[in-house]
Design a protein around this ligand. Structure first.
Ligand code: ADA
Length: 568
C-alpha cells in the first residue's frame, strides 16, 4: 500500500500504477467472450484514474476491463488495490483471483506458485447501481468508475505480516499505556514452518515469539500486554507519532500510531482530557480534472488551505479517504471523522433492511476498521449519513453497527449524521448526536438557528439524551463563485457568507454544541439523480469553488474560526 513513508524494507513491492490496457464493455460481452484471457481491442489509460475524464466516457456506467503486463520473479504474489469503483473481479493469467465490492476501501488477493516471467493482470470493473448498492444511485456526488487508487504487487516470502493493530488503554493521567498487538500472519511458503515474529514500537522490541503455521494458512497473534511509560501523546497541539515495525526472518511491515484519549465529558468532546470544540469542514476527495482519483500533490494543497482556514478537524464525507491523506492528518494533528459511503436519500425502509445491504455495510465497517485502526487522527467513526433513521430497519442496522464499532473500533466515538432531527428513532445508538440541518437554505431563514437549537434541546430532553452532545455535521448553502448582486439573493457569495457566519456564531455560543462541520469545503460535481436543484450539475455549497478558489465565505469562516481559537 502507498503510505507517506515506506511500509516495507524487506518485502519486494512493485507499483503497478501507470499505463494499462482498457476496454469498455457496455453490452457485457466480456465474461462470455473470456476477455480475461487477453483484451483484443483496447486503448491505453493511466492507473489510478477515473474513466469519466475521457471525453467519450463522461457519463459511462457499466463494465470496463483493465489489463496490465508485468514481469515477476514469481513465487507468492499479493495484489493490492487501494480502491476500485465499485465492483472488481481480478484475474492473473486468466485465473480468477477474487471479487471485491465497495468503491472506497483497499483489498488484496494472493496468488501462489507463480512462475518467473511475464504475467497478465486483468481487472473487470463495474460501477452500475442496483437496489442493493452502497451508496444507492441517488447520491450527491458523481457516478465515477475506474481503478481510482494505487495498485501494487508484493512478493511474499516465508512467514509474512499482512496487518497489525495496536490496541491500548491509557492510565488516568495518560502517562502510561497498556498495549498489545494483534498481528495477521500468512505463511507464504506453503510448508509447515516455525519462525519467530518480532514487534517493535519506536525502536524498542516489545514482543518476540515463535509461531508454527502449516500450509498456506493465515494465523493471528495476540501478543501479551506490555506497557509504554512516559507516553508522548498524539495531541492536535503536538501530534506525536510512534513507529511500528513488525518483522519475521523474511518479511516486515512498518506502520505508525499515536496515543490519545477521546471521550465525551459534560456534553463536550475531550481530547486527552481537554475540551476540544471541533471546527471543521466536510471534504470530498474529488477534483474536476481527476474525479475521485485524487493526486497526492493536491492533497497537500487542500490541507494547506484547510489549515489556513483555521479548521481544527475534518469530516471525510462520505467514505474512507486515501491512506496517504489520513497519514498527513496524523502528522499535522487534525482529528478526523471517517465514515462508510452509506448516503441516505436513495434508501427506503425496505432497501435499508435488505440483508445484503446490511451485510455490505458491515463488511465496509470491518474493512475501514482493519485498515485505518492505527491512525490516531481518526477520533470518530461514522456509520451512515441521512439514512431513513425514522424507520424500523435503520434501528436494526444501527443497533448492529454501533456495538461492532464500539467493541472493535479502538478508542473512538461512534456516530451517524441525521437529517431527521425530530423524528429519528436511532439516537440512543451513538455517542454524539450529529445533525445535518440547512436553516436558511432548505427551510426557515438564516436567523432560524436560535429557535432551531431550542427545539432540539427540547427534543433531546424528551428522548432522555441530555448527556449526549450535539455536532452540526452539515449546514450551509450554495453560492455560485463570482456571483454578486446588490440584493441579498440566494446563490450569491454574500448570502452564503452571511448564512455561515450566523450559523457558526449560534453554534459556538451554545453549550450543547460540541462541534460543527460546514457543508462543504469546495464545490463538487454531482450526479443526474440529484435533479434540477444542482446548478451547473455541481453541489455549489463549497466555500471554495471546485478549483479551490476562495469565495467570500472563506474569509468570513476564517475570521470566525480564528476568533473562536483566540477565545481558548
Ligand atoms: C446532505 C448530504 C450531503 C449534501 C447536502 C446538500 O446533507 O449529506 O452529501 O448532499 O445534503 O448539499 O444538500
Amino acid at each position: 500500500m502507498q503510505r507517506i513513508y515506506n511500509d516495507h524494507i524487506q518485502r519486494n513491492t512493485q507499483s503497478l500504477n501507470g499505463q494499462w490496457k482498457f476496454s469498455v464493455d457496455p453490452e457485457d460481452l466480456g465474461w462470455e467472450q473470456r476477455w480475461y484471457t487477453g483484451l483484443k481491442e483496447s486503448r491505453f489509460v493511466t492507473v489510478p484514474s477515473v474513466w469519466n475524464t475521457q471525453l467519450d466516457l463522461l457519463e459511462y456506467e457499466g463494465a470496463a476491463w483493465y489489463e496490465k503486463e508485468f514481469y515477476s520473479r514469481g513465487g507468492c504474489l499479493r495484489f493490492c488495490f487501494e480502491a476500485v469503483m465499485t465492483e472488481a473481479d481480478v484475474w492473473l493469467d486468466g485465473v480468477h483471483l477474487g471479487y471485491h465490492y465497495g468503491g472506497f476501501c483497499q483489498f488484496d488477493f494472493i496468488a501462489r506458485n507463480v512462475q518467473p516471467g511475464n504475467h497478465r493482470l486483468t481487472v473487470r470493473v463495474d460501477n452500475r447501481f442496483t437496489p442493493q448498492s452502497i451508496p444507492a444511485a441517488k447520491v450527491d456526488w458523481y457516478h465515477y468508475g475506474g481503478i481510482t487508487r494505487n495498485v501494487s504487487v508484493e512478493t511474499l516470502k516465508g512467514l509474512t505480516v499482512l496487518n497489525n493493530r495496536l490496541e491500548y488503554a491509557l492510565n488516568a493521567d495518560r502517562t502510561t499505556a497498556t498495549c498489545r498487538f494483534i498481528l495477521e500472519i500468512y505463511n507464504a511458503s506453503g510448508r509447515k514452518i516455525t519462525k519467530s515474529v518480532t514487534a517493535a514500537l519506536d525502536g524498542k522490541r516489545v514482543y518476540s515469539g515463535d509461531i508454527t503455521v502449516s500450509g498456506h494458512k493465515y494465523a493471528t497473534i495476540t501478543t501479551p500486554e506490555f506497557t509504554v511509560e512516559n507516553v508522548r501523546l498524539w495531541d492536535p497541539e503536538d501530534p506525536q507519532l510512534y513507529d511500528i515495525c513488525i518483522t519475521t526472518e523474511t518479511d516486515d511491515l512498518l506502520d505508525r500510531t499515536g496515543f490519545r484519549t477521546v471521550e465525551v465529558i459534560d456534553q463536550a468532546v475531550h481530547i486527552n482530557g481537554k475540551p476540544f470544540e471541533l471546527r471543521g469542514v466536510n471534504r470530498h476527495e474529488e477534483h474536476p480534472d481527476w474525479g475521485m482519483a485524487f493526486p497526492q500533490g493536491l492533497m497537500y494543497r487542500d490541507l494547506d488551505i484547510i489549515r489556513d482556514l483555521g479548521c481544527n478537524s475534518l469530516r471525510g464525507s462520505h467514505y474512507p479517504n486515501s491512506q496517504v491523506f489520513v497519514d498527513m492528518l496524523d502528522e499535522c494533528g487534525i482529528p478526523f471523522w471517517s465514515e462508510i459511503p452509506f448516503w441516505g436519500h436513495g434508501y427506503t425502509n425496505e432497501t435499508a433492511g435488505d440483508p445484503v445491504v446490511v451485510q455490505r455495510g458491515l463488511s465496509m465497517h470491518k474493512e475501514m476498521v482493519k485498515y485505518y485502526y492505527n491512525h490516531p487522527c481518526i477520533i470518530i467513526w461514522g456509520m451512515h449519513n441521512e439514512m431513513p433513521t425514522g424507520e424500523p430497519a435503520m434501528l436494526v442496522m444501527t443497533k448492529l453497527y454501533y456495538p461492532y464499532l464500539k467493541e472493535n473500533g479502538g478508542n473512538r466515538l461512534v456516530t451517524y449524521a441525521t437529517d431527521k432531527a425530530f423524528v429519528d428513532i436511532c439516537m440512543e445508538y451513538c455517542d454524539i448526536i450529529c445533525l445535518n440541518r440547512y436553516a436558511g437554505w432548505y427551510y426557515k431563514d438564516r436567523d432560524g438557528w436560535l429557535e432551531e437549537l431550542e427545539s432540539f434541546r427540547q427534543r433531546r430532553k424528551e428522548l432522555g439524551l441530555e448527556h449526549k452532545p450535539v455536532i452540526y455535521s452539515e449546514f450551509g448553502g450554495a453560492a455560485i463563485y463570482g456571483h454578486h448582486t446588490f440584493d441579498d439573493l440566494r446563490g450569491t457569495e454574500e448570502y452564503q457568507a452571511t448564512m455561515l457566519d450566523k450559523a457558526l456564531r449560534a453554534f459556538h455560543a451554545d453549550p450543547i454544541v460540541a462541534g460543527f462541520y460546514i457543508w462543504q469545503f469546495c464545490d463538487m460535481k454531482t450526479c443526474r439523480q440529484m435533479g434540477l436543484d444542482r446548478a451547473r450539475s455541481y453541489n455549489n455549497k463549497g466555500i471554495l469553488n471546485e478549483y479551490r478558489k476562495p469565495k467570500l465565505a472563506y474569509y468570513i469562516v476564517k475570521k470566525a474560526y480564528n476568533e473562536f481559537k483566540d477565545e481558548e
